[in-house]
Design a protein around this ligand. Sequence first.
Ligand code: SF4
Length: 109
Amino acid sequence: MKTPAGHECPHFYGDYFRGKNVEECRLLKAQNQLWSPDLCKTCPVPAIARANSCQFMRLNTVVARPLAALFQRRVQVQAFCEKSEQNVAEPQVGCGECHALPFKFEIKE
Ligand code: SF4
């Protein structure tokens, strides 16, 4: 479903049937974080979901006010792989356990 910011996000839920106007982020709701529509504008989750659909990767989110964003509320994401049981440094790429590249790039000098 498309977020108020216009990105497709698997965690956004909107119910507009018969005059209803219910919107929520089910990812933040499940992790007891307070959601507001402005968070979707800068949230990294839609891009992560587009790039990596690994069934074992879990996203842990926190809404923070980082200095780099001039203390505006932002969704911060940490990824964890339940199969390899390790943190995933690059959620768009994954941990490399299931989807390893079939060949190696080598730089010859
Ligand atoms: S805050 Fe992020 S995860 Fe939640 S609905 Fe918006 S884009 Fe999706």
